[in-house]
Design a protein around this ligand. Structure first.
Ligand SMILES: Cc1ncc(COP(=O)(O)O)c(C=O)c1O
Length: 397
């Protein structure tokens, strides 16, 4: 389907649906008439085959207690193999109601109060709050930004921070929110060997794994160096980003190491008791097996790429010193307005003038990023055109 037809078929006006992004602006912004480009979900309906499968299930079955459906397990395993060349065993799979809860449980299961947890900053803010809410210290290790606005790791600084703070856990974001970087095998091997050397457990948050919008392919942390680090890795994902179903509460937690898996499941059993979520399993099974859902994914990625290219073209022409990071993955554009706008003017500019609700840069690592915004591009080109037009109008070169 071309992008115009896709948008006509799947774009949905979400105002009035209790959408956090569209109806929850009062939670974070000083006004509620903004074009919302903040919360990371899409303004598109999920593939029709998933909508239909959920309806069919609900009409045919009561929503009683259920056990994990083997078809769901097979669908997940086959998806990882087919799409990501990642072989996972059925035994490695466990689950959480969503990725952040899975991360919180890992923090509870594998660290103690005051232990240090490392992240590469800027990074998705919930990593920080999950650690600090559990009274762990977060060690934000800044990435370097090169002239082409791509972020890379300073491996020496990474190792120094790990040893200096006696870090116990590293939360890796692959692909990286907010900078859009898709980590290569070589980059991860360097990070993971440092972690291995200093006995640092790794969580790899792979929730954006299917949202690859440029040429670098996604590599699961589990496959790095032919799986050499897999025993020290807990990988997490869910279909909430890929197929826009964040309100279905289910995430895959993949733990190859039996001892770690038992420890995770032991912790989980003490904080959570429930059977499988049949609606989520039904949706995942269809999403990961039906050709229509894969076609939908290809189409939505084309829309996202088109939006990114439009945004870059227009902003870079009108504001040549703007710094937009390459978006290899995710649907999130990471943009630095520092050449044009003072940090203290960013909120007024975006909220009162441009009338856009972005994710502000400081949400991803504090004041160092106060001149940045992250814009969610998983919406119509028309919305991106409005946002771009307003930015150009009010950000004066
Ligand atoms: C990297 C990353 N991890 C986790 C989440 C949240 O996932 P969940 O809703 O499954 O907790 C997000 C949402 O934006 C994200 O970007």
């Amino acid at each position: 389907m071309n992008t115009i037809d896709f948008t006509k078929t799947y774009y949905i006006d979400r105002r009035g649906s209790h959408s956090r992004k569209w109806d929850g602006e009062h939670l974070k912004f000083c006004r509620i008439d903004l074009l919302p480009l903040w919360v990371a979900d899409m303004d598109f309906m999920p593939p029709q085959c998933i909508q239909e499968a959920i309806c069919t299930y609900v009409k045919a079955q009561p929503l009683g207690y259920t056990m994990t459906n083997p078809k769901y397990l097979k669908a997940v395993i086959d998806w990882y193999k087919r799409r990501h060349n990642c072989i996972i065993s059925k035994d490695w799979l466990t689950s959480a109601p969503n990725v952040i809860t899975g991360i919180m449980w890992c923090i509870g299961a594998f660290t103690k109060p005051n232990d240090a947890i490392a992240v590469l900053s800027p990074v998705y803010g919930a990593f920080d709050t999950s650690a600090s809410d559990a009274q762990r210290q977060i060690i934000a290790i800044p990435m370097k930004r090169s002239d082409d606005n791509r972020y890379t790791v300073d491996y020496e600084a990474f190792e120094t921070a790990i040893t200096m703070h006696d870090v116990k856990l590293f939360i890796h974001c692959n692909p990286h929110n907010p900078v859009g970087h898709v980590w290569t095998e070589n980059e991860m091997a360097r990070l993971f060997s440092i972690c291995e050397r200093h006995k640092v457990l790794i969580i790899s948050d792979e929730i954006h794994q299917d949202l690859i919008t440029d040429s670098t392919p996604f590599t699961s942390a589990l496959t790095v160096a032919s799986g050499a680090y897999a025993d020290n890795i807990i990988a997490m994902s869910s279909l909430s980003k890929s197929f826009n179903m964040a309100s279905l509460h289910h995430a895959e937690v993949i733990i190859p190491n039996e001892k770690l898996r038992d420890q995770f499941n032991f912790y989980k059993a003490h904080v959570y008791h429930t059977d499988s979520d049949v609606i989520a399993e039904t949706a995942i099974t269809v999403a990961y097996t039906h050709p229509e859902s894969e076609a939908w994914l290809t189409d939505v990625l084309t829309v996202i790429r088109e939006n990114y290219e439009y945004l870059c073209r227009e902003l870079c022409t009108a504001l040549p010193q703007i710094r937009i990071s390459p978006m290899d993955g995710t649907y999130l554009a990471w943009i630095d307005f520092g050449a044009y706008v003072k940090a203290e003017d960013m909120h007024d500019l975006f909220e009162n003038k441009c009338r856009i609700a972005p994710s502000f840069g400081e949400w991803f690592g504090g004041k160092n990023y106060a001149t940045f915004v992250r814009l969610n591009l998983a919406t119509s080109l028309e919305n991106i055109k409005t946002a771009t037009h307003n930015i150009i109008k009010y950000v004066r070169p």
